[in-house]
Design a protein around this ligand. Structure first.
Ligand SMILES: [Zn+2]
Length: 435
């Protein structure tokens, strides 16, 4: 090793001691770098104050004593990861201390991990302590789920049932969950937030050394409320796309908005009329948000009032692409099938993609180009992709902002195939909900 760094500039604050392994020489620091001897070094011993690093985590007050979340950006000192190189990390922990990280696991005991190249969308959580860790199997994946109870306990079996049901919903896209081994973190936040009675007030995907889905849960609400909430479906749907350049976040948000509604209809959580109502309302919110801006312009950080354009422009393109694919191929192709092929070739991805790269790849996976033509038409065009003709052809009519469905529409069969209920998934949800 010639150079060893931590990702955060703050990391030096938490470093207590660094020595070379053989001669036990103390190594000096400058800025965030360790000043290694000129001939390099093969092994380092260093000590970090994890408790202190954990104070950087804004959710620390929600956790039970004994559990900490300390992102590796504060404690992991490592050589630069060049092309194709990776680092093996082995944890040796006291018997009653577990660890959860998003990295690729190399053994069954959860102690050895492989850290490879990855996009860095935010800071991965690393959790240490005594928490409820479960491995939940869904088609194509074993979810590594850590449930972090707060002062008021959750019913963790309910939480596990809900995670499995929701992950199963996402596997309705192409028969398997998009990431074979993601880190899932569930944190109890209570019902104290005055502005929200949502069962899942917040969720997010973090890409940093692996893929993490964090879900913040109001544990005072019943399982039925969790099952009716769209947040987890939305976040899990994000894993069907790679991490996109921030300036084109409207594509990843839009695809998740489209799929959360479509998948909740397929799983029976929504009836199909409700799913089309939600899509209609979303498209309307998108249409009213900053109509003078294009999707790419609205996604620039700090644009006021543009959020709904960011969330719904891509969802309009997803519907357009899905319907066109199905129509042109008499049902042989669909957005589901393009995403299926995309997962097989390219996920999980170790890099950041641009929207153009993604859509060009999608076009190469379809029989005729559909995505780039949509991108060229809408990405830099002010306004909002107009879906009203498409709704009409699908047999979804709108009157006073209320949708109704009529039969004998030109694309009625396509509409039905998009939101058709999967009876197995619906039965499983009903069983979990105790109906
Ligand atoms: Zn999202």
């Amino acid at each position: 090793m010639q150079s060893v760094t931590a990702r955060s500039r703050e990391a030096g604050k938490f470093l207590l001691d660094v020595r070379s392994c053989g001669d036990d020489q103390q190594i000096k620091m400058r800025n965030r770098r360790m000043l290694l001897p000129e001939h390099g070094i093969s092994c380092l011993n260093y000590t970090v104050d994890l408790q202190r690093a954990a104070r950087e985590n804004r959710n620390r007050k929600l956790l039970l004593p004994g559990n900490i979340i300390a992102s590796p950006i504060y404690w992991l000192w490592r050589p630069e990861l060049q092309n194709g190189t990776s680092i093996e990390v082995e944890f040796r922990l006291p018997q009653d201390v577990q660890v959860s990280v998003p990295w690729q696991r190399l053994d069954d005991s959860n102690s050895t991990y492989l850290l490879g190249k990855s996009p860095e969308s935010s800071y991965a959580p690393a959790i240490f302590g005594n928490f409820d860790y479960r491995e939940l199997e869904v088609p194509g994946a074993v979810l590594r789920v850590s449930i972090l109870n707060g002062i008021n306990e959750m019913n963790n079996d309910d939480i596990a049932d809900w995670i499995v049901a929701t992950a199963n919903d996402v596997s309705l896209t192409y028969g398997r969950f998009p990431n074979p081994s993601p880190q899932i973190v569930v944190i109890a936040v209570g019902g104290g937030r005055a502005n929200s009675r949502s069962a899942v007030p917040f969720g997010r995907v973090v890409r940093d050394g692996g893929e993490t889905v964090e879900l913040f849960v109001d544990q005072t609400q019943p399982l039925q409320a969790l099952l009716a909430d769209w947040t987890a479906t939305h976040e899990f749907s994000h894993l069907m796309l790679p991490y996109l350049d921030r300036r084109q976040r409207w594509i990843s948000e839009g695809f998740s908005q489209y799929y959360q509604n479509v998948l909740l209809a397929r799983s029976g959580a929504y009836d199909d009329l409700y799913a089309w109502q939600k899509l209609y309302e979303g498209y309307e919110r998108g249409r009213r948000a900053r109509p003078e801006l294009s999707p790419n312009e609205a996604t620039v950080r700090g644009v006021k009032g543009g959020l709904m354009k960011v969330y719904w422009s891509g969802a309009a393109l997803a519907l357009m692409a899905d319907v066109t694919l199905r129509e042109r191929s008499a049902g042989e192709e669909s957005l589901d099938k393009v995403l299926d092929k995309f997962q097989a070739c390219c996920l999980p991805s170790d890099r950041v993609w641009t929207g153009e790269e993604l859509f060009m790849k999608f076009d190469s996976l379809a029989s005729t180009p559909i995505f780039m033509p949509l991108y060229r038409r809408y990405a830099d065009t002010a306004g909002f992709p107009d879906t009203s003709d498409l709704f009409e052809r699908l047999g979804v009519t709108v009157s006073d902002d209320v949708v109704s469905m009529h039969s004998n529409a030109e694309l009625q069969l396509i509409r039905q195939s998009i939101t058709e209920t999967d009876t197995v998934a619906a039965g499983r949800r009903q069983q979990i909900a105790g109906f």
